[in-house]
Design a protein. Sequence first.
Length: 390
Amino acid sequence: MTTTTGTIDFTDIDQYLGKTMDFSPMREPVANNDIRRWVHAMHYANLLHFDPATFEASRWGRLVAPQSFAIATDDGHGAAPACVGCIPNSHLLFGGDEWWFYGPRIEAGDVVTNTRVPFDYKVKETGFGPTCFQRGDNNYSNQKGEEIARQRSTAIRYLAHAGGDSVKTEEFDEPEWTDEAIAALEDRKFAWVKMLHELGHKERWWDDVAVGDQLPERVFGPHSIASFATEWRAYIVNTWGTMNLRKNDLEALGFTRDMAGYENDPDMMLINPALTDGAYYGPSRGHLFPKYARRIGMPRGYGYGASMGSWVTDFLSGWAGEHGMVVHSIANYRGPALTGDVTIQTAEVTEKSVDAEGRHLVHVKHLMTNQNGKTMCTGTAEVALPKKPG
């Protein structure tokens, strides 16, 4: 595919499609505290993934990571194969994910490998002008050669000036929450956690689920710079020295100088590691600093697309319980998680089926909004549940 639109030439992408690219291997195996840190950062209060008494009594008898954890082992939130080829003077936002899960869970001692292959791209006119929707595959496997999951990520790439020109100044200020409103939020947030406790080690039977059922609402937030920084630190690569980092020239990809820098640069890591920390420098700092968020089109600090995808997986797998599993999901990101906002997740059962492998599936349509009803994410998923004997 070759595409040139207006003043933007996207054709440099073509040479990378279908070719396996490099990745950054982990220097040590996954540790239990990597898993605990992850569920804490993702607001996923499931005792299975951090409490010894609970996970020792589970079907596994040990601590295993949630399904969402695979992305924590990648060096770029799964975005790397969806960001190849030079698009001069451009910015990038995460546009969505599609996941296929194959069964094996990650646990302490595992070494996760990610085979990354750029997949395709297409160009559309959006509010940013000519915009490239680029996709790439991340194939996660363990040291035994077992396939864990495939993540097909979508990156949205557009001209830098278009981002700054589209910022809504009326959204610069965070909403203010009264003490009473926060207390009411805490009650809503705990309702979903209570559902996890009540299900415990029991099965959620496929037989008991009906088309039209609404999954219990999940609420968390308000988001803040502190909560986003906690998420950032839970991605293993974002601690110095955890990976043999690949060399990645961000300016060669077309990132503007002020948003490029040395994020995860292996050479600079040995000279001045502070400059390699994406929380402070480089393309990721827009998440934590409103000044840079506004340069790419966001009114204030905003959350990570990979985290939003993990929220979807955790929402569905938490409802499924330890005997169920998300087997496939699609998440299309429509709006950011901004500082001061709350995230609300809902889902409806749309179908039940039995697939060619004999798995009993519940199909859902899921939705993520903020407190004002603004859509953050839409999508669908299939969740495998156990069937009652007989």
